[in-house]
Write a protein that binds this ligand. Structure first.
Ligand code: UD1
Ligand code: CA
Length: 449
């Protein structure tokens, strides 16, 4: 079986500069929800793109074939644009790029019915409370499928029907190729309807799903927000069932793309997004946001912001830390309050506990970085690297003017501005000598009087 995903439509009602199907639902583009599900059923998957096709192509995986529909003249026309993809001897499953939650299970049931009935086409339908906007399934008096009528083409009797067309079908490839050229656009919207292809088949079967969320299409931002809320609950339920503690599900936001290990505790007001993986026995939050990062077992991240970073085993981050892109914190590292790390590696057991900026740096194991240390990595023109060796002690309020190297076992006196490399095992002081003038204050006061 092949799978064709229609995603050329404009998505006008989103009122967006971007194509509808690249808007994200729970961390993943709408079209990629469908691509991932399609990929579980077949390794021959194609999408039909049109409106700003390049932007969509960028986000879909490279194994998916792409066909272009230059003008959006209707769903049948979209399938026609991928004519070369259709094999007369194979079934074709048609999905929509804006119906993200359709499940592998439902599709498999539908395909089973299709094969069992030897149908030319099988339609996925559902009963909904409010069928307005959808195509309706018209049946004869004995309940057999007759045709699909689009909302805009309904007569008054048909309007009351609440069995709707999900827009998801399986076709025998040969039969579809036969009827596609015969479809006309003499309807209310002047479009080539794929629904007419179904109506033109000899043997049509239907499969009705009880889960109407699965077939919900995203047409507006309100729909998107609604599905986001729905998926959020589903993700949290699944994590709770798998052995993750979520103290307050109402204030916890976790994307469907996130993995979390057993006995990890997620505290309130926490956001875990994108392709983030968190290990076992961690404590995350409260008030933490982690995006596209990895956190290994037994680590803590409290009231912090973590973006595209790696946090090794037994690491402690926060409160109030910010880890930016390319931060690598190896086993046992401790990064404390008001510490920012960017594109830097902190090897095992490095500590930077207070008020520090570490950027474009490599810090070897067991080094202690004192309060208020700053790597001055930017001179106004370019970024330069800082290297700090093993077992180094950087005194408080040190500025390391990059490029600079501090070798193993060195000690830097508090308040130093380090502009030259510091050799192994040496003491470096880069500050003005202290001056004492005894009694100076009293002398001054006397004179003032
Ligand atoms: C379609 C069905 C309707 C069904 C509904 C379910 C038709 C004629 N109608 O209506 O019976 O109840 O879906 O959601 O098929 N697309 C293209 N090229 C086009 C037109 C559309 O690729 O020229 C794509 C869109 O990007 C979208 C999908 O096809 O992913 C559905 O198109 P849309 O215009 O939303 O169809 P509906 O009017 O919702
Ligand atoms: Ca639609």
């Amino acid at each position: 079986m092949k799978v064709l995903i229609l995603a050329a439509g404009l998505g006008k009602r989103m009122r967006s500069k971007y194509p509808k199907v690249i808007h994200k639902l729970s961390g993943k583009e709408l079209v990629n929800w469908v691509v991932d599900t399609a990929g579980k059923l077949s390794n021959d998957v194609a999408v039909v793109l049109g409106h700003k096709a390049d932007l969509v192509r960028k986000v879909i995986p490279s194994w998916v074939k792409v066909f272009i529909q230059k003008e959006q003249l209707g769903t049948a026309h979209a399938v026609m644009s991928a004519r070369d993809f259709i094999d007369p001897n194979e079934d074709l499953l048609v999905l929509y790029g804006d119906v993200p939650l359709i499940s592998e299970k439902t599709l498999k049931e539908m395909i089973k019915i299709h094969n069992g009935n030897g149908a030319d086409s099988t339609v996925l339908t559902a009963f909904v409370d409010d069928p307005s906007g959808y195509g309706r399934i018209i049946r004869d008096s004995s309940g057999d499928f007759l045709k699909i009528v689009e909302d805009k083409d309904l007569d008054d009797d048909q309007r009351a029907i609440n069995e709707i067309n999900s827009g998801i079908y399986v076709f025998k490839g040969g039969k579809l190729l036969e009827v596609l050229p015969k479809i006309k656009n003499d309807n209310a919207q002047g479009e080539y309807y794929l629904t007419d292809a179904v109506s033109m088949m000899d043997i049509v079967s239907t499969y009705t799903t009880a889960d109407s969320i699965e077939i919900m299409g995203v047409n507006t931002r309100k729909h998107l927000a609604m599905l986001e809320g729905y998926v959020r609950k589903r993700v949290i339920d699944k994590l709770l069932d798998s052995g993750v503690t979520i103290v307050d599900p109402d204030t916890t936001y976790i994307h469907s793309t996130v993995e979390i290990g057993r006995d990890t505790i997620i505290h309130p007001m926490t956001f875990i997004e994108g392709y983030t993986v968190i290990g076992e026995d961690c404590e995350i939050g409260p008030m933490t946001r982690i995006v596209d990062s990895e956190v290994e077992n037994n680590s803590r991240v409290v009231r912090s912001e973590v973006y595209m970073a790696f946090i090794g085993e037994g690491v402690s981050v926060g409160p109030y830390s910010r880890l930016r892109e390319g931060s690598v914190l190896k086993k046992g590292v401790r990064v404390g309050n008001f510490v920012e790390v960017k594109k830097s590696t902190l090897e095992e057991n490095v500590a930077a506990q207070h008020l520090t900026y570490i950027g474009d740096a490599h810090v070897e194991e067991s080094t202690n970085i004192g309060a208020g240390t700053i790597t001055c990595n930017y001179d106004g023109f370019k970024k330069s690297p800082t290297f700090i060796g093993k077992n180094v002690f950087i005194g408080s309020d040190t500025e390391l003017v990059a490029p600079v190297r501090v070798e193993d076992d060195a000690l830097i006196g508090a308040g130093s501005v380090i502009t030259r490399d510091v050799p192994k095992g040496s003491l470096a002081l880069g500050r003005a000598k202290q001056v004492i003038k005894e009694g100076w204050v009293y002398e001054k006061r006397r004179k003032k009087k």
